[in-house]
Design a protein around this ligand. Structure first.
Ligand code: SF4
Length: 338
């Protein structure tokens, strides 16, 4: 019955858990929907062939995971409402999620959408005017309910129509978390809310610099998951459109090795050193340049005269090259996060 069913934008954080429960507590059926934007790396796993949240959730909450990464990767290049303090296009991101949720209402026979937003909590998307504008642009006009702060804003259609009891909604506002933590106390969520879902990597300054420069270097390229994920691994450089990733520790070397089929893979042989993955058109000169980067980060780095043997693999074909270590200070201009 659509009057008694809603979809919830569900991030896995405390506010979305509370919003779901505020509605459940008044007898509304809530279907939590989590949108996979394609940059919450490691947040999901596949169970019985279905993508699921990896982190534990209370048993009554089993979100439907919907992949919106392809649309998100396109939007992030030119968000209509711009970016936040880093590469986080929060307003367009919210509008996109709400539009998708609106499209899903009929599929779940649901009458409205809820979120865990709290007025005044985030300056960009949760100020009163932004909340109104986002709702309007999403097309949900009147059918977007924010249970945690509903009493601080105008009643929505589900409240006016008597589907939802406004008196049982909340009046949270501002950035403080005290009342949310107090509310959570009543739900025995110790095992869940202590470890909130990881933050949005697009708000990370270093990652954002890399993404921004990547988009400048490859303006027409269709972004894919691997492009985004590999930006989290190792030191990153770009020279002549060739992307060069240098592992900083064993785990990163191993991770880069998983992607060796996507490019050319370099490994130090005669000294302990990093794995290097390079993607793009790689000439003979470029091979030498990258091999000397690998040598420059190897244990031979303090001996510029050392001959370092580097193993190179492209499409399963292996070769070796001997190079001197590069002075890594010369690489600054090629850093992706400069
Ligand atoms: S912080 Fe990230 S996930 Fe959250 S609204 Fe902004 S872009 Fe979207």
């Amino acid at each position: 019955m659509k009057e008694k069913t809603c979809l919830a934008l569900f991030s896995g954080g405390l506010d979305s858990l509370l919003a779901v429960h505020v509605m459940m507590d008044q007898g509304i059926k809530v279907i939590p929907v989590n949108f996979d934007h394609g940059f919450f790396f490691g947040a999901y796993e596949t169970r019985d062939g279905v993508k699921k949240f990896k982190s534990p959730l209370p048993p009554e909450i089993d979100p439907v995971v919907v992949d919106i990464s392809a649309d998100f990767y396109e939007m992030i290049k030119h968000p209509a409402h711009g970016y936040g303090s880093n590469m986080n296009p929060c307003i367009d991101c919210k509008i996109m999620m709400m539009r998708k949720a609106k499209e899903m209402l009929a599929q779940f026979d649901a009458g409205f959408v809820i979120t865990g937003e709290v007025i005044g909590q985030r300056p960009m998307t949760q100020n009163p005017q932004a909340m109104v504008n986002i709702e309007k642009e999403s097309g949900l006009n009147g059918y977007l309910l924010r249970p945690l702060c509903a009493k601080c804003i105008e009643p929505t259609e589900p409240e006016k129509l008597g589907w939802v009891d406004r008196e049982k909604l909340q009046d949270l506002n501002g950035r403080g978390r005290r009342r949310q933590l107090y509310m959570a106390d009543g739900y025995n969520w110790e095992d869940y809310v202590k470890a909130p879902a990881g933050g949005c990597i697009l708000t990370d300054e270093c990652y954002s610099r890399k993404l921004k420069n990547y988009l400048i270097e490859y303006p027409g390229k269709k972004l894919e998951y691997d492009d985004m994920y590999l930006m989290t691994i190792g030191r990153q450089f770009i020279k002549d459109k060739v992307r060069i990733m240098v592992g900083r520790m064993q785990s990163e070397n191993e991770e880069l090795a998983k992607y060796k089929s996507k490019g050319t893979f370099f490994e130090c042989v005669s000294f302990p050193g990093p794995a290097v993955l390079a993607m793009g058109e790689i000439s003979g000169e470029m091979k030498k340049f990258i091999a000397s980067i690998a040598a420059g980060y190897s244990h031979a780095k303090n001996n510029m005269e050392a001959e370092v043997e580097i193993d190179i693999e492209t499409a399963g074909v292996r070769s070796k090259i001997g190079v001197k270590p590069m002075d890594i200070n010369l690489l600054h201009g090629f850093r992706l996060d400069k």
